[in-house]
Ligand binder design. Structure first.
Ligand code: UDX
Length: 452
Protein backbone atom coordinates (compact mmCIF):
# COMPACT_ATOMS: atom_id res chain seq x y z
CA UNK A 1 0.00 0.00 0.00
CA UNK A 2 1.43 3.41 -1.00
CA UNK A 3 2.54 5.73 1.80
CA UNK A 4 -0.22 8.26 1.12
CA UNK A 5 -2.93 5.57 1.07
CA UNK A 6 -1.51 4.07 4.26
CA UNK A 7 -1.55 7.54 5.84
CA UNK A 8 -5.23 8.05 4.81
CA UNK A 9 -6.07 4.57 6.14
CA UNK A 10 -4.31 5.29 9.46
CA UNK A 11 -6.14 8.61 9.80
CA UNK A 12 -9.45 6.89 9.04
CA UNK A 13 -8.64 4.08 11.49
CA UNK A 14 -7.85 6.65 14.14
CA UNK A 15 -11.21 8.27 13.43
CA UNK A 16 -9.63 11.32 11.83
CA UNK A 17 -10.38 11.60 8.12
CA UNK A 18 -7.87 13.42 5.93
CA UNK A 19 -10.21 16.36 5.55
CA UNK A 20 -10.38 16.87 9.35
CA UNK A 21 -6.60 16.69 9.70
CA UNK A 22 -5.74 20.31 10.51
CA UNK A 23 -2.65 22.29 9.47
CA UNK A 24 -1.27 23.56 12.76
CA UNK A 25 1.70 25.72 13.69
CA UNK A 26 2.87 25.29 17.30
CA UNK A 27 4.78 28.32 18.57
CA UNK A 28 7.35 27.38 21.23
CA UNK A 29 9.11 24.01 21.58
CA UNK A 30 9.49 23.84 25.37
CA UNK A 31 8.03 21.22 27.71
CA UNK A 32 4.48 22.16 26.67
CA UNK A 33 4.89 23.12 23.00
CA UNK A 34 6.99 20.10 22.04
CA UNK A 35 4.68 17.59 23.71
CA UNK A 36 1.63 19.32 22.23
CA UNK A 37 3.11 19.38 18.73
CA UNK A 38 4.20 15.75 18.80
CA UNK A 39 0.92 14.70 20.43
CA UNK A 40 -1.19 16.46 17.79
CA UNK A 41 0.96 14.96 15.01
CA UNK A 42 0.38 11.55 16.59
CA UNK A 43 -3.36 12.26 16.37
CA UNK A 44 -2.92 12.72 12.62
CA UNK A 45 -2.66 16.49 12.21
CA UNK A 46 -0.15 18.32 10.01
CA UNK A 47 2.23 20.00 12.46
CA UNK A 48 5.01 22.58 12.15
CA UNK A 49 6.72 23.55 15.42
CA UNK A 50 8.57 26.86 15.44
CA UNK A 51 10.94 28.48 17.90
CA UNK A 52 13.32 31.43 18.10
CA UNK A 53 16.06 29.12 19.40
CA UNK A 54 17.93 27.99 16.28
CA UNK A 55 20.09 25.52 18.26
CA UNK A 56 16.99 23.81 19.63
CA UNK A 57 15.38 23.59 16.17
CA UNK A 58 18.63 22.22 14.71
CA UNK A 59 18.68 19.50 17.37
CA UNK A 60 15.06 18.62 16.62
CA UNK A 61 15.84 18.43 12.91
CA UNK A 62 18.59 15.96 13.79
CA UNK A 63 15.83 13.88 15.42
CA UNK A 64 17.17 14.79 18.90
CA UNK A 65 14.66 15.55 21.67
CA UNK A 66 16.14 18.45 23.75
CA UNK A 67 14.23 17.64 26.94
CA UNK A 68 14.03 14.51 29.11
CA UNK A 69 10.40 13.41 28.99
CA UNK A 70 9.70 9.65 29.28
CA UNK A 71 8.04 8.26 26.14
CA UNK A 72 8.41 11.43 24.07
CA UNK A 73 11.22 10.12 21.85
CA UNK A 74 9.35 6.89 21.15
CA UNK A 75 6.25 8.86 20.17
CA UNK A 76 8.22 11.38 18.10
CA UNK A 77 10.67 9.16 16.19
CA UNK A 78 8.29 7.69 13.57
CA UNK A 79 6.55 11.04 13.11
CA UNK A 80 9.83 12.88 12.61
CA UNK A 81 11.25 10.19 10.30
CA UNK A 82 8.10 10.32 8.14
CA UNK A 83 8.10 14.13 8.16
CA UNK A 84 4.67 14.20 9.78
CA UNK A 85 6.06 16.95 12.00
CA UNK A 86 8.47 19.69 10.96
CA UNK A 87 10.63 22.11 12.96
CA UNK A 88 11.55 25.59 11.79
CA UNK A 89 12.70 29.05 12.86
CA UNK A 90 11.00 30.63 9.84
CA UNK A 91 8.14 31.73 12.04
CA UNK A 92 5.98 33.95 9.84
CA UNK A 93 5.94 31.63 6.82
CA UNK A 94 5.10 28.64 9.06
CA UNK A 95 2.24 30.64 10.58
CA UNK A 96 1.01 31.76 7.16
CA UNK A 97 0.60 28.22 5.86
CA UNK A 98 -1.26 27.01 8.99
CA UNK A 99 -4.97 27.32 9.77
CA UNK A 100 -4.54 26.96 13.54
CA UNK A 101 -1.79 28.66 15.55
CA UNK A 102 -1.01 27.16 18.97
CA UNK A 103 0.83 29.58 21.26
CA UNK A 104 2.90 27.61 23.76
CA UNK A 105 5.58 30.12 24.71
CA UNK A 106 6.85 30.49 28.27
CA UNK A 107 5.12 32.87 30.67
CA UNK A 108 7.58 32.71 33.59
CA UNK A 109 7.20 34.54 36.91
CA UNK A 110 8.74 38.01 36.74
CA UNK A 111 10.43 39.69 39.74
CA UNK A 112 7.15 41.22 40.96
CA UNK A 113 5.42 37.81 40.82
CA UNK A 114 3.31 38.63 37.75
CA UNK A 115 3.42 36.42 34.66
CA UNK A 116 5.99 37.73 32.16
CA UNK A 117 4.06 38.03 28.87
CA UNK A 118 6.92 39.39 26.74
CA UNK A 119 7.23 36.17 24.71
CA UNK A 120 3.46 36.14 24.12
CA UNK A 121 3.48 39.77 22.98
CA UNK A 122 6.42 39.11 20.63
CA UNK A 123 4.46 36.19 19.19
CA UNK A 124 1.42 38.40 18.60
CA UNK A 125 3.70 40.74 16.63
CA UNK A 126 4.65 37.85 14.37
CA UNK A 127 1.05 36.70 14.05
CA UNK A 128 -0.04 40.18 12.98
CA UNK A 129 2.14 39.67 9.88
CA UNK A 130 0.83 36.20 9.19
CA UNK A 131 -2.95 36.58 8.97
CA UNK A 132 -3.12 35.85 5.24
CA UNK A 133 -6.29 33.81 5.74
CA UNK A 134 -8.79 33.16 8.55
CA UNK A 135 -7.02 31.47 11.47
CA UNK A 136 -7.76 30.20 14.94
CA UNK A 137 -5.20 31.48 17.44
CA UNK A 138 -5.17 29.04 20.35
CA UNK A 139 -3.40 30.13 23.55
CA UNK A 140 -2.04 27.12 25.46
CA UNK A 141 0.44 29.08 27.56
CA UNK A 142 -0.69 29.71 31.13
CA UNK A 143 -1.83 33.34 31.10
CA UNK A 144 -3.59 35.63 33.63
CA UNK A 145 -7.36 35.89 33.34
CA UNK A 146 -8.22 38.43 30.63
CA UNK A 147 -5.08 37.86 28.54
CA UNK A 148 -6.91 36.13 25.66
CA UNK A 149 -9.39 39.01 25.36
CA UNK A 150 -6.46 41.44 25.56
CA UNK A 151 -4.65 39.53 22.80
CA UNK A 152 -7.61 40.11 20.48
CA UNK A 153 -7.50 43.86 21.15
CA UNK A 154 -3.72 43.88 20.65
CA UNK A 155 -4.09 42.31 17.18
CA UNK A 156 -6.85 44.73 16.24
CA UNK A 157 -4.66 47.66 17.36
CA UNK A 158 -1.95 46.24 15.06
CA UNK A 159 -4.39 46.63 12.15
CA UNK A 160 -5.61 43.04 11.96
CA UNK A 161 -9.17 42.52 10.72
CA UNK A 162 -11.16 41.01 13.64
CA UNK A 163 -12.92 38.79 11.10
CA UNK A 164 -9.58 37.25 10.09
CA UNK A 165 -8.99 35.43 13.38
CA UNK A 166 -10.62 33.84 16.40
CA UNK A 167 -8.88 33.63 19.78
CA UNK A 168 -9.35 30.37 21.72
CA UNK A 169 -7.98 29.38 25.15
CA UNK A 170 -6.86 25.74 25.59
CA UNK A 171 -4.75 25.46 28.77
CA UNK A 172 -2.42 22.51 29.31
CA UNK A 173 -2.67 20.07 32.20
CA UNK A 174 0.59 18.21 31.56
CA UNK A 175 2.74 17.06 34.50
CA UNK A 176 6.42 17.08 33.67
CA UNK A 177 7.66 13.52 33.66
CA UNK A 178 4.19 12.27 32.72
CA UNK A 179 3.29 14.74 29.98
CA UNK A 180 3.06 12.16 27.17
CA UNK A 181 0.66 10.10 29.28
CA UNK A 182 -1.28 13.19 30.30
CA UNK A 183 -1.58 14.39 26.69
CA UNK A 184 -2.88 11.02 25.47
CA UNK A 185 -5.07 10.39 28.55
CA UNK A 186 -6.44 13.78 29.58
CA UNK A 187 -8.92 13.92 32.45
CA UNK A 188 -10.39 16.87 30.61
CA UNK A 189 -9.92 19.19 27.67
CA UNK A 190 -10.80 22.77 28.58
CA UNK A 191 -11.60 25.20 25.76
CA UNK A 192 -12.49 28.88 26.10
CA UNK A 193 -13.87 30.79 23.15
CA UNK A 194 -16.11 33.65 21.99
CA UNK A 195 -17.12 31.91 18.77
CA UNK A 196 -18.52 28.44 19.54
CA UNK A 197 -17.63 27.02 16.11
CA UNK A 198 -13.98 27.91 16.76
CA UNK A 199 -14.20 26.09 20.08
CA UNK A 200 -15.71 23.04 18.39
CA UNK A 201 -12.89 23.06 15.82
CA UNK A 202 -10.31 22.90 18.63
CA UNK A 203 -12.34 20.21 20.39
CA UNK A 204 -12.27 18.23 17.16
CA UNK A 205 -8.46 18.12 17.22
CA UNK A 206 -8.72 15.84 20.23
CA UNK A 207 -11.63 13.76 18.91
CA UNK A 208 -9.65 10.54 19.30
CA UNK A 209 -9.04 11.29 23.00
CA UNK A 210 -12.49 12.41 24.08
CA UNK A 211 -14.66 9.51 25.20
CA UNK A 212 -16.67 8.76 28.30
CA UNK A 213 -13.48 9.06 30.40
CA UNK A 214 -11.93 12.22 28.99
CA UNK A 215 -14.38 15.05 29.29
CA UNK A 216 -14.45 18.28 27.29
CA UNK A 217 -15.58 21.65 28.61
CA UNK A 218 -16.27 24.49 26.21
CA UNK A 219 -16.69 27.76 28.10
CA UNK A 220 -15.77 31.42 27.76
CA UNK A 221 -12.20 32.69 27.56
CA UNK A 222 -11.97 33.91 31.16
CA UNK A 223 -13.36 30.71 32.68
CA UNK A 224 -10.86 28.64 30.71
CA UNK A 225 -7.92 30.82 31.80
CA UNK A 226 -9.04 30.75 35.44
CA UNK A 227 -9.65 26.98 35.45
CA UNK A 228 -5.93 26.50 34.87
CA UNK A 229 -4.81 28.76 37.74
CA UNK A 230 -7.49 27.49 40.10
CA UNK A 231 -6.57 23.84 39.38
CA UNK A 232 -2.86 24.38 40.05
CA UNK A 233 -3.54 26.44 43.18
CA UNK A 234 -5.82 23.75 44.61
CA UNK A 235 -3.25 21.02 43.84
CA UNK A 236 -0.58 23.16 45.50
CA UNK A 237 -2.91 23.58 48.49
CA UNK A 238 -3.16 19.79 48.91
CA UNK A 239 0.63 19.55 48.96
CA UNK A 240 1.11 22.44 51.40
CA UNK A 241 -1.65 20.99 53.57
CA UNK A 242 -0.19 17.47 53.81
CA UNK A 243 3.24 18.92 54.55
CA UNK A 244 1.82 20.88 57.49
CA UNK A 245 0.10 17.72 58.71
CA UNK A 246 3.42 15.87 58.27
CA UNK A 247 5.17 18.32 60.56
CA UNK A 248 2.46 17.69 63.16
CA UNK A 249 2.95 13.95 62.69
CA UNK A 250 6.64 14.38 63.52
CA UNK A 251 5.61 16.02 66.80
CA UNK A 252 2.84 13.61 67.76
CA UNK A 253 4.03 10.18 66.61
CA UNK A 254 1.36 9.93 63.91
CA UNK A 255 2.36 8.49 60.53
CA UNK A 256 1.58 10.90 57.69
CA UNK A 257 1.24 8.10 55.12
CA UNK A 258 -1.45 6.46 57.25
CA UNK A 259 -3.17 9.80 57.77
CA UNK A 260 -3.09 10.49 54.00
CA UNK A 261 -4.52 7.03 53.34
CA UNK A 262 -7.28 7.61 55.85
CA UNK A 263 -8.09 10.99 54.30
CA UNK A 264 -7.91 9.75 50.71
CA UNK A 265 -10.56 7.08 51.29
CA UNK A 266 -13.03 9.96 51.25
CA UNK A 267 -13.82 10.37 47.55
CA UNK A 268 -14.31 14.10 48.08
CA UNK A 269 -10.68 14.38 49.17
CA UNK A 270 -9.09 11.74 46.91
CA UNK A 271 -5.83 9.94 47.56
CA UNK A 272 -3.68 11.76 44.98
CA UNK A 273 -1.38 14.68 45.71
CA UNK A 274 -1.13 13.89 49.40
CA UNK A 275 2.53 12.79 49.34
CA UNK A 276 4.62 14.89 51.74
CA UNK A 277 7.93 16.17 50.43
CA UNK A 278 10.24 19.21 50.36
CA UNK A 279 7.38 21.50 49.34
CA UNK A 280 6.05 22.09 45.84
CA UNK A 281 8.52 23.32 43.23
CA UNK A 282 8.67 23.15 39.45
CA UNK A 283 7.95 25.69 36.75
CA UNK A 284 4.22 25.90 37.48
CA UNK A 285 2.97 25.73 41.06
CA UNK A 286 5.18 28.51 42.53
CA UNK A 287 4.54 30.71 39.48
CA UNK A 288 0.81 30.04 39.19
CA UNK A 289 -0.04 30.42 42.90
CA UNK A 290 1.86 33.73 43.00
CA UNK A 291 0.22 34.96 39.79
CA UNK A 292 -3.24 33.98 41.05
CA UNK A 293 -2.65 35.85 44.31
CA UNK A 294 -1.79 39.00 42.33
CA UNK A 295 -4.77 38.59 39.97
CA UNK A 296 -7.09 38.35 43.00
CA UNK A 297 -5.55 41.45 44.60
CA UNK A 298 -5.64 43.33 41.27
CA UNK A 299 -9.43 42.92 41.35
CA UNK A 300 -9.57 44.38 44.87
CA UNK A 301 -10.22 41.06 46.62
CA UNK A 302 -8.50 39.43 49.62
CA UNK A 303 -6.18 36.57 48.60
CA UNK A 304 -6.09 35.10 52.11
CA UNK A 305 -6.04 31.41 51.22
CA UNK A 306 -3.86 31.68 48.10
CA UNK A 307 -1.36 33.82 50.01
CA UNK A 308 -1.29 31.23 52.78
CA UNK A 309 -0.41 28.41 50.32
CA UNK A 310 2.78 30.17 49.27
CA UNK A 311 3.64 31.13 52.88
CA UNK A 312 3.01 27.61 54.14
CA UNK A 313 5.23 26.13 51.44
CA UNK A 314 8.07 28.54 52.23
CA UNK A 315 7.73 27.90 55.98
CA UNK A 316 7.84 24.13 55.43
CA UNK A 317 11.12 24.43 53.53
CA UNK A 318 12.64 26.50 56.36
CA UNK A 319 11.67 23.80 58.89
CA UNK A 320 13.40 21.18 56.73
CA UNK A 321 16.56 23.30 56.46
CA UNK A 322 16.63 23.68 60.26
CA UNK A 323 16.39 19.89 60.55
CA UNK A 324 19.31 19.58 58.15
CA UNK A 325 21.27 21.88 60.47
CA UNK A 326 20.46 19.64 63.46
CA UNK A 327 22.01 16.74 61.57
CA UNK A 328 24.96 18.61 60.16
CA UNK A 329 28.32 19.66 61.45
CA UNK A 330 30.63 21.25 58.88
CA UNK A 331 31.15 18.08 56.88
CA UNK A 332 30.40 16.30 53.64
CA UNK A 333 26.78 16.18 52.52
CA UNK A 334 25.55 13.70 49.89
CA UNK A 335 22.54 15.11 48.01
CA UNK A 336 20.49 12.49 46.17
CA UNK A 337 18.19 14.16 43.64
CA UNK A 338 18.50 17.64 42.10
CA UNK A 339 15.35 17.93 39.94
CA UNK A 340 12.09 19.37 41.32
CA UNK A 341 10.58 15.89 41.16
CA UNK A 342 11.39 12.48 39.68
CA UNK A 343 11.23 11.60 35.96
CA UNK A 344 12.27 15.02 34.69
CA UNK A 345 15.52 16.90 34.02
CA UNK A 346 13.93 20.17 35.16
CA UNK A 347 15.46 21.88 38.21
CA UNK A 348 13.28 25.01 38.14
CA UNK A 349 12.22 25.89 41.71
CA UNK A 350 13.70 22.62 42.92
CA UNK A 351 14.28 22.50 46.68
CA UNK A 352 17.79 21.26 45.88
CA UNK A 353 18.70 24.83 44.85
CA UNK A 354 17.80 26.30 48.25
CA UNK A 355 19.45 23.35 49.99
CA UNK A 356 22.76 23.82 48.12
CA UNK A 357 22.77 27.57 48.86
CA UNK A 358 22.02 26.82 52.53
CA UNK A 359 24.81 24.25 52.82
CA UNK A 360 27.35 26.44 50.99
CA UNK A 361 26.72 29.19 53.56
CA UNK A 362 27.64 26.66 56.25
CA UNK A 363 30.82 25.62 54.53
CA UNK A 364 29.75 22.03 53.92
CA UNK A 365 31.42 20.00 51.21
CA UNK A 366 28.64 19.01 48.80
CA UNK A 367 28.51 15.86 46.67
CA UNK A 368 25.44 15.57 44.45
CA UNK A 369 23.86 13.06 42.08
CA UNK A 370 20.74 13.03 39.93
CA UNK A 371 19.92 10.59 37.08
CA UNK A 372 18.86 13.44 34.74
CA UNK A 373 19.29 16.85 36.37
CA UNK A 374 23.07 17.16 36.82
CA UNK A 375 23.74 19.04 33.57
CA UNK A 376 21.13 21.69 34.38
CA UNK A 377 22.32 22.08 37.99
CA UNK A 378 25.97 22.45 36.86
CA UNK A 379 24.95 25.69 35.13
CA UNK A 380 23.78 27.09 38.48
CA UNK A 381 26.42 25.53 40.76
CA UNK A 382 29.53 24.59 38.70
CA UNK A 383 31.72 24.18 41.80
CA UNK A 384 30.09 21.38 43.72
CA UNK A 385 31.21 17.76 43.33
CA UNK A 386 28.87 15.94 40.95
CA UNK A 387 28.90 12.16 41.09
CA UNK A 388 27.57 9.67 38.57
CA UNK A 389 26.17 7.13 41.00
CA UNK A 390 24.47 6.94 44.39
CA UNK A 391 27.36 4.84 45.70
CA UNK A 392 30.03 7.42 44.81
CA UNK A 393 27.91 10.19 46.29
CA UNK A 394 27.49 8.43 49.63
CA UNK A 395 31.14 7.32 49.96
CA UNK A 396 32.73 9.05 53.00
CA UNK A 397 29.75 11.39 53.44
CA UNK A 398 28.44 12.45 56.85
CA UNK A 399 24.84 13.22 55.90
CA UNK A 400 22.60 11.89 53.12
CA UNK A 401 19.80 14.20 51.96
CA UNK A 402 17.19 12.67 49.66
CA UNK A 403 15.47 15.48 47.74
CA UNK A 404 13.86 13.71 44.76
CA UNK A 405 11.90 10.47 44.59
CA UNK A 406 13.78 8.74 41.73
CA UNK A 407 13.05 5.01 41.61
CA UNK A 408 16.72 4.11 42.07
CA UNK A 409 16.74 5.81 45.47
CA UNK A 410 13.79 3.64 46.49
CA UNK A 411 16.02 0.59 46.01
CA UNK A 412 18.75 1.84 48.37
CA UNK A 413 20.14 -0.85 50.67
CA UNK A 414 20.40 0.92 54.01
CA UNK A 415 23.09 -1.43 55.34
CA UNK A 416 25.24 -0.72 52.25
CA UNK A 417 24.65 3.02 52.75
CA UNK A 418 25.82 2.70 56.36
CA UNK A 419 29.01 0.96 55.24
CA UNK A 420 29.74 3.68 52.65
CA UNK A 421 29.09 6.70 54.85
CA UNK A 422 31.47 8.18 57.45
CA UNK A 423 28.60 8.96 59.85
CA UNK A 424 25.07 7.61 59.67
CA UNK A 425 22.73 10.55 59.26
CA UNK A 426 19.83 11.00 56.83
CA UNK A 427 17.37 13.75 55.92
CA UNK A 428 14.77 11.85 53.87
CA UNK A 429 12.57 14.53 52.30
CA UNK A 430 10.47 12.03 50.34
CA UNK A 431 9.91 9.39 53.03
CA UNK A 432 11.61 6.85 50.76
CA UNK A 433 13.59 5.00 53.46
CA UNK A 434 12.01 2.72 56.06
CA UNK A 435 12.39 4.36 59.51
CA UNK A 436 12.63 0.96 61.23
CA UNK A 437 15.44 -0.10 58.88
CA UNK A 438 17.22 3.19 59.60
CA UNK A 439 16.89 2.60 63.34
CA UNK A 440 18.17 -0.97 62.97
CA UNK A 441 21.27 0.42 61.24
CA UNK A 442 21.82 3.10 63.91
CA UNK A 443 21.00 6.06 61.67
CA UNK A 444 20.06 9.44 63.10
CA UNK A 445 17.40 10.75 60.75
CA UNK A 446 14.58 13.10 59.91
CA UNK A 447 11.84 12.58 57.36
CA UNK A 448 8.54 14.29 56.61
CA UNK A 449 6.00 12.96 59.05
CA UNK A 450 6.98 9.30 59.17
CA UNK A 451 9.37 8.96 62.08
CA UNK A 452 7.74 5.67 63.17
C1 UDX B 1 1.81 20.73 37.47
C2 UDX B 1 0.38 20.23 37.35
O1 UDX B 1 0.28 18.93 37.94
C3 UDX B 1 0.01 20.11 35.88
O2 UDX B 1 -1.34 19.69 35.74
C4 UDX B 1 0.19 21.48 35.25
O3 UDX B 1 -0.16 21.46 33.87
C5 UDX B 1 1.63 21.94 35.38
O4 UDX B 1 1.97 21.98 36.78
P1 UDX B 1 4.24 19.73 37.33
O5 UDX B 1 4.63 21.04 37.94
O6 UDX B 1 4.95 19.25 36.13
O7 UDX B 1 2.65 19.76 36.91
O8 UDX B 1 4.45 18.62 38.44
P2 UDX B 1 3.56 17.98 39.58
O9 UDX B 1 3.64 16.51 39.42
O10 UDX B 1 2.22 18.61 39.64
O11 UDX B 1 4.38 18.36 40.91
C6 UDX B 1 4.50 19.73 41.28
C7 UDX B 1 5.27 19.79 42.60
O12 UDX B 1 4.51 19.21 43.65
C8 UDX B 1 6.60 19.04 42.58
O13 UDX B 1 7.57 19.78 43.31
C9 UDX B 1 6.28 17.73 43.29
O14 UDX B 1 7.41 17.17 43.93
C10 UDX B 1 5.28 18.21 44.32
N1 UDX B 1 4.35 17.15 44.78
C11 UDX B 1 3.46 16.62 43.91
C12 UDX B 1 4.37 16.77 46.12
O15 UDX B 1 5.19 17.26 46.91
N2 UDX B 1 3.48 15.85 46.56
C13 UDX B 1 2.56 15.29 45.73
O16 UDX B 1 1.79 14.45 46.17
C14 UDX B 1 2.56 15.67 44.35
Amino acid sequence: MKHSNLFIFLLFFMGISAETAEKICVIGTGYVGLVTGIGLAHLGHDITCIDIDQAKIDRLNRLEIPIYEPGLKELADPLMKEQKIRFSTDRVSAMRSADILYIAVGTPMSDDGCADLSALNATLNDIAQALNKKKIICIKSTVPVGTCAQAKQTLIKKGCDPLSFEIVSNPEFLREGSSVHDFLNPDRIVIGCEDHSAGLRIKNLYKKLIDNRSKCLITNLESSELTKYASNALLATKIAFINEIAQLCNKTGANVEEVARGMGMDKRIGEQFLNPGPGFGGSCFPKDTKALELIIKKHGLEANLINAIFKSNENHKQILLKQVDHLLGIQTVAILGLTFKANTDDIRYSFAIELIEHLQKRGAHIKAYDPQGTQNMKELFPNIEYCTSTKDTLKNSDLMVIVTEWDEFKKLNIKECADLMRTRRVMDMRNILDPNELKRNNFTFYNVGKMR
